[in-house]
Ligand binder design. Structure first.
Ligand SMILES: [Fe+2]
Length: 219
């Protein structure tokens, strides 16, 4: 089911826009339209046919039960050179469930359970102001190897004719695995805040225990 932003959600997004306009700060994803650092696509890009092609990952078409986990709303703008918002950009996300498990045959993290009510993948298109939004759950960290745990993250891919496709990952401020993550650390240090978001309280019409974050993307 597609989530459409209500007035209160738009107000919350606007408040986040104002917050991040005050200057760069760790976890605010607010580095004044510097190009978003690319990150690896990773091994778990979806291979299954998607039944539900929308921006609400918490509800799977035909399932009565919502996904398990902390509900989060991601709002943001996609921008081009000179910080101009870009309309009509296809924004795709994919991620692990709240358990840390992907819906992918190569995910061998058997200690984490599958959530059949989580969509794992979503897609939307930016509006005339270049804005997009998703409703999802916060994924858990998961083991990438015996000695390496990936921090919570959400994969993004953005496409627009005339721009190179941008693949990246969004992280959460305060994650204990972030600073040691081998993929995050490939980003030059000054650019790292651009892919780290801060979870904030929800807007009035969102679930009272939901969180909202802003993630701007610049080609
Ligand atoms: Fe991943």
């Amino acid at each position: 089911m597609k989530w459409r932003p209500t007035r209160a959600a738009i107000a919350a997004a606007a408040a986040l826009l104002v917050l991040s306009a005050t200057g760069p700060a760790w976890g605010e994803n607010a580095t004044a339209c510097q190009p978003t650092p690319p990150q690896t696509e990773g091994p778990f890009y979806p291979v299954h046919q998607q039944d539900d092609k929308d921006n609400d990952l918490t509800l799977v078409k035909g399932h009565a039960k919502p996904a398990t986990g902390q509900v989060i709303y991601i709002v943001g703008e996609v921008r081009g050179p000179q910080c101009r918002p870009i309309a009509g950009v296809l924004v795709e996300i994919w991620q692990a469930a709240a358990s840390g498990r992907y819906r992918h045959p190569d995910d061998r993290n058997m200690s984490a359970s599958h959530d059949p009510d989580f969509q794992h993948w979503g897609v939307t298109v930016t509006d005339q102001e270049g804005r997009y939004q998703f409703k999802t759950v916060k994924p858990s960290p998961y083991p990438a190897s015996f000695f390496w745990t990936r921090p919570s993250h959400i994969h993004f891919k953005v496409y627009r004719k005339g721009f190179p496709t941008l693949t990246t990952q969004m992280y959460f401020a305060g994650d204990p695995y972030l600073e040691k993550d081998l993929i995050f650390r490939r980003i030059p240090e000054p650019a790292r805040p651009q892919v780290v978001v801060q979870l904030k309280p929800p807007a009035r019409d969102m679930e009272p225990d939901a969180k909202v974050c802003r993630f701007d993307i610049t080609f």
